[in-house]
Ligand binder design. Structure first.
Ligand SMILES: O=C(O)COP(=O)(O)O
Ligand SMILES: [Mg+2]
Length: 223
């Protein structure tokens, strides 16, 4: 297998962004007169983009039952206002990420971020964490018409990098990444420390579960 391009998820794979997401989600609940939720509960709501996180946080449930439009729009305005204020402040780059990305670059691989996070939050977070310089392209949750688990953003990233899915790999942390990669026809590696909507990654059928980005770089070097 010849691998030329690596597509990488952001939240739960490159950056632990839960403290800031949970802060904004709870600030939204407080402004709406609701009690706060635990950070681990909010972490289980992350994965399908911000609109989904807002709905799940208001419902205090993963089931994502649709909110009346006026409730959703008010909640979204509050969440976005708070998340813009704190995005990146308490988020940290996971151990092994910088060395792993350096090793992938040294192997001559092209790198892309493919995240469900909206671009208005993705680019500042990648800039603030110093990660942006590693990537040849960034595909955010609102870059294409559809998000992961749809394959469209992955296929778009492949096109931008100039390599087909057969010569690309996806590295992520959740079922949304696995389904998108498999629908796009590319191998998928999973890192177990992120957020998989509250489920163990051991349940996912993937090419490999690898403990860090340096391990992923090693796996790529062995292909
Ligand atoms: O925004 C989300 O829900 C998750 O973002 P991710 O695709 O980078 O994990
Ligand atoms: Mg993720």
């Amino acid at each position: 297998m010849t691998i030329n391009a690596v597509l990488i998820d952001l939240d739960g794979t490159l950056v632990d962004s839960i403290p800031d997401l949970a802060h904004a989600a709870n600030a939204m609940r407080l402004e709406l007169g609701m009690h706060t939720l635990g950070q681990d509960v909010i972490a289980s709501f992350v994965g399908k983009g911000i609109d989904n996180l807002i709905t799940r946080t208001i419902n205090a449930s993963l089931d994502n039952e649709e909110l009346p439009p006026e409730v959703f729009n008010q909640a979204r305005e509050i969440f976005v206002r708070h998340y813009h204020l704190v995005n990146g402040d308490a988020s940290t780059v996971y151990p092994g990420v910088i060395d792993g990305l350096k090793a992938m670059k040294a192997q001559g691989l092209k790198l892309a971020v493919v995240t469900n996070k909206a671009e208005a939050f993705t680019l500042p977070l990648l800039t603030q964490t110093g990660l942006i310089g590693f990537f040849d392209t960034v595909v955010s949750g609102d870059t294409c018409a559809r998000k992961k688990p749809h394959p469209e953003p992955l296929l778009y990233a492949c096109e931008k990098l100039g390599y087909p899915p057969e010569n690309s790999v996806f590295i992520g942390d959740s079922i949304n990444d696995v389904q998108a990669a498999q629908a796009a026809g590319m191998p998928v590696l999973i890192l177990p420390y992120g957020y998989n909507e509250g489920n163990s990654v051991q349940t996912l059928k993937v090419d490999a579960i690898i403990d860090s980005m340096t391990g992923a770089a090693q796996w790529l070097a062995n292909q």
